[in-house]
Design a protein around this ligand. Structure first.
Ligand code: WTA
Length: 676
């Protein structure tokens, strides 16, 4: 590999600052290269060294890393440190409190939706609460291997519940609290969860959400299905306890089902603060997290214990160059993988102090993020391009009102960051002092896979730069041939790293078909990628039928299914269109059934329908009436053409494969200019 930038000086390159390099774990590019070489040439030695920092009840039995990535040679599997026994919760809490004597250190500064709600939680307090919760779970019958669905807002009980599951060896399946009852029901059934943890209600910005009611609707929907097995629903009294009493808007009716519901606080009161962890095999499951699948049905990505633990801990330490004096803040929701890996597990494994934020970026004012950074003296800040673009709209003034001099490193995740947003983040938020680590990864990868290291990697705005330790990216062309040097194609990986997913829960076949079938021998990310002269990687976006709205992946199929469930719709096709804040937004073409008329009311109804079926993140921006859709003679919808219509790109190229090229003209004449 050459020194980045040495070949074409005209390219914009941001060198690490000496200030950061002085105390960094990986202080320069050559150290990165040396460590990278070791991690790929001697993975056993590399990871054995990393594992020394953790507690093992018993050591691994054989090879540290065993795997098969080639479908033609049999089942796909990855095993890391198999035979070793450990417990995630013990490692992120007890080890810090007892072995490292860090009990009094703050684990989380919880900041509520309203700026006057806050709580600090130390490592010992968190350990005590988690043990109580683990005892509550055990008392209710939760056993090792049971699946527990968690549908909670960003409150301390969410972290507590997930760690309590880890402590007793139960598998948590966290469902983002912005998902609809239908999405929750689908996930509960797929994982056959036997317990559900939720809350009474929560404010998101100005909006009061009756979470328990949505959870009840979900349970109601699932109840008569064969795989339904929820025995108890534990309800956190969040709204009722933490909100100011008396305000008119605070009224919330919490539906109650005495057969199944229990209050969290009542159960916790009598539970003991001592709880021996369940010692699990390194390869026993830690959690399931659903991610959109291109067929429309979400996939339960399964992560196991030891590999995920080591990988999230190490990426957190190096990518954010973690030091004990840091106050770290990741604005993601724990309902997504970013929150799992970089709010809960990675930071806690390092004994870090983090901000846990319940609210939204613009409530009660557009400077909320910057206010919080000043309030807690945040040093490392991790957010998404969509949030940056949203806040950019309000200009510099709301940022400059606050003292952000504590900041040292900025991070982004979720989608490619456009150079304009990168520069604004770097200049206005980071005051040109803080490197921006653009971290590329997926729910499936468990942790960062392509990422700069802040004191070592020269940055190029818009590039996720280079692989993390142990990760070997490859670019393939359509025929599966490996491309060397400067190239563009499919981003794949030939070998596993410890944090990669192990299977799709309950569906190994889908796991193999989705990720390993297209190019035998490789894990296929589904992303397109370009490698430049310096070996830097640039993600060019999804190459399957997936959409990325505000950093949230969703499939065209799931949105289309939500639309076609409406009585007026015969057929639907969904594509993305660029959006200044969301990155991409949904542009839907609907063909109505005979006798139905398109109207503004119908369009609004359809938007509501998608919101209701999937959740507010999936609300379409555009619905266009499509008397016909561009199809090939074999009946396949040509999304490329629809995408071009949505984007008003007139040069459509070859239309000869279409059964009826005339539909294109009609669709162009009726396209939506601005969001209705
Ligand atoms: C996209 C989120 C470009 C990508 C952690 C990936 C990115 C999908 C980046 C995974 C980035 C994530 N640059 N694209 N830095 N980070 N993506 O599973 O398309 O919610 O495949 O995991 O987001 O989304 P997921």
């Amino acid at each position: 590999m050459v020194i980045p930038g040495s070949q074409h000086i005209e390219e914009e390159l941001f060198q690490p600052t000496e200030d950061l390099q002085r105390e960094a774990h990986v202080p320069d590019f050559s150290t990165y290269l040396t460590l990278y070489k070791k991690s790929t040439e001697e993975p056993e030695a590399f990871w054995t060294e990393v594992a020394k920092d953790f507690f093992w009840k018993s050591p691994p039995a054989g090879d540290i890393l065993q795997y098969n990535f080639d479908v033609t040679k049999g089942n796909i599997y990855v095993k890391f440190m198999e035979g070793a026994k450990t417990n995630m919760c013990y490692n992120v809490l007890d080890r810090n409190v007892h072995d490292k004597n860090m009990g009094d250190r703050v684990a989380f500064y919880w900041e509520g939706n309203s700026p006057d709600h806050q709580v600090s939680i130390t490592y010992s307090q968190l350990l005590a609460q988690v043990c109580r919760c683990a005892n509550v779970l055990k008392r209710m019958g939760v056993r090792k291997g049971d699946r527990v669905a968690i549908y909670l807002p960003m409150i301390p009980e969410l972290v507590c519940a997930m760690l309590a599951c880890a402590r007793v060896g139960a598998i948590h399946s966290i469902v983002f609290a912005g998902f609809s009852s239908e999405s929750l029901c689908e996930r509960i059934l797929d994982a056959q969860c036997s317990f559900l943890v939720t809350a009474d209600g929560v404010y998101r910005g100005e909006k009061l959400i009756n979470l328990k009611q949505i959870a009840d609707e979900a349970l109601e929907r699932c109840r008569d299905r064969a795989s339904f097995s929820v025995k108890k629903c534990i309800v956190v009294r969040h709204h009722a306890l933490r909100m100011k009493k008396g305000a008119a808007s605070n009224k919330l009716q919490t539906p109650w089902n005495a057969d199944c519901d229990v209050w969290w606080d009542e159960e916790m009161e009598s539970a003991s603060e001592e709880c021996e962890p369940e010692w699990l095999d390194a390869e026993e499951p830690l959690f399931i997290l659903y991610t959109s699948g291109s067929t429309g049905k979400p996939k339960g990505v399964l992560h196991t214990t030891a590999g995920y633990m080591l990988y999230t801990a190490l990426t957190f330490k190096y990518v954010f160059d973690y030091h004990p004096s840091d106050v770290y803040w990741c604005t993601a929701d724990i309902g997504w993988i970013t929150g799992h890996s970089y709010i809960t597990y990675g930071p806690l494994a390092n004994g870090a102090t983090s901000v846990l934020f319940e609210g939204v970026p613009v409530h009660p004012h557009v400077g909320r993020f910057w206010e919080i950074i000043e309030k807690y003296g945040v040093t490392k800040f991790y957010t998404a391009p969509t949030a940056i673009r949203l806040l950019m709209k309000y200009g510099r003034e709301p940022v400059q009102k606050y003292n952000l001099s504590s900041l040292r490193i900025l991070g982004t995740v979720g989608e490619p960051i456009n150079p304009e947003a990168w520069h604004w983040y770097h200049e206005v938020v980071g005051q040109r002092r803080c490197p921006v680590v653009d971290t590329f990864w997926q729910t499936e990868t468990g942790g960062h896979v392509l990422t700069p290291l802040p004191a070592a990697t020269p940055l190029k705005p818009g590039s996720a730069t280079l692989p993390f330790f142990g990760v070997q990216p490859t670019i393939l062309n359509e025929h599966g041939e490996e491309l060397e040097g400067e190239a563009e194609g499919y981003l794949v990986f030939q070998k596993p790293w410890p944090g990669i997913m192990r299977t799709v829960y309950g569906n190994q076949e889908r796991f193999e078909n989705t990720y390993f079938k297209k190019f035998p021998g490789f894990y296929v990310t589904g992303d397109g990628c370009r490698r430049d002269k310096d070996g830097y990687y640039w993600i060019t976006g999804r190459i399957d039928d997936m959409l990325n709205v505000s950093g949230h992946l969703m499939s065209t199929a799931e949105v289309e299914a939500a639309l076609t469930e409406h009585a007026a719709v015969a057929e639907a096709a969904v594509v993305s269109r660029p959006h200044v804040v969301k990155g991409e937004c949904l542009y839907c073409f609907v063909t109505l059934k005979d006798g139905r008329e398109f109207s503004h009311t119908l369009s609004e109804e359809l938007k509501k329908q998608v919101r209701g079926k999937i959740g507010p993140i999936a609300t379409p921006d555009f619905i266009q009436n499509a008397p016909g859709l561009p199809k090939t003679r074999s009946g396949k919808i040509m999304r490329r053409i629809l995408r071009q219509i949505a984007r008003n790109e007139k040069d459509l190229g070859d239309l000869s494969t279409l059964a009826d090229p005339k539909v294109v003209e009609v669709l162009f004449s009726q396209r939506c200019e601005a969001a209705a």
